[in-house]
Ligand binder design. Structure first.
Ligand code: DX5
Ligand code: ZN
Length: 219
């Protein structure tokens, strides 16, 4: 079976003990750090910005997977590259010239991701999938951690996997929002490669063990 990547979402960490939580992920079986940047305009919440990401990057020893929930992301591509992002994901709904944005992300030396809101159909990626390194399927409405998983996500994963296979590309499928041990296996069976998990990991009693169990369950 293909290797499944686990990406804990730092949004659910304890910000008063951020270094401790970053080091916990460093020492766990997690593969990536998922970093949620919210601007209070594209989504109805503000998370954190560049100074916090800089400090995360100082301590993190794994890939930084940055999810921009902001309008006009083109303005900050170089900034996020300079801060150490390896993957930069923009929202389909926030990009008027998505193809251009993806080229700019790659030109800055990062992998290019596209996130889809729950209402955005997979078929809209038909003409751009070959330029996308990762598609992040939102399984909640973006803006907050701790929401419940939207069941229609399984059908979207299947549709995206079909598109990726048909176009013969290597795009990764990431699932973001409400991921737990209840839906992880079915998501991976449908074609998911990367599972983001915020509250499920950080609000558990033993996050290192939760990550380990989640990974074992899908491997
Ligand atoms: C939602 C964010 C998610 C969130 C996931 O807008 O993009 O990454 O942190 O958190 P959980 O796993 O708690 O739904
Ligand atoms: Zn996210």
């Amino acid at each position: 079976m293909a290797k499944i990547l686990i990406a804990p979402s730092v949004l659910a960490a304890d910000f008063a003990n951020l270094q401790r939580d970053i080091e916990m992920i460093n020492h766990s079986d997690a593969n990536w750090f998922h970093i949620d940047i919210m601007d209070g305009v594209f989504v109805p919440n503000i998370s954190f910005g560049m100074p916090v990401l800089r400090d995360i990057a100082t301590h993190a020893t794994k890939t930084l997977d940055v999810h921009l929930m902001i309008v006009d992301p083109d303005r900050y591509i170089q900034t996020f590259a300079d801060l150490g992002s390896s993957i930069l994901t923009v929202h389909f709904e926030a990009c008027t010239h998505l193809h251009r944005t993806l080229q700019a992300i790659k030109a800055a030396g990062m992998k290019a991701g596209v996130a889809l809101n729950p209402h955005t159909n997979i078929s809209l990626l038909e003409d751009v999938i070959q330029d996308i390194d990762l598609v992040c399927i939102m399984s909640v409405n973006p803006g907050f951690g701790g929401q419940s998983f939207i069941e229609n996500t399984y059908d979207k994963v299947i549709a995206l996997k079909e598109l990726i296979d048909r176009k013969k590309v290597n795009t990764l499928i990431e699932i973001d929002g409400g991921v737990t041990n209840k839906n992880a296996k079915q998501l991976v069976d449908a074609g998911a490669n990367v599972l983001v998990a915020g509250s499920y990991v950080f609000k558990s009693e033993d996050p290192v063990n939760t990550i380990k169990n989640l990974k074992e369950m899908v491997s």
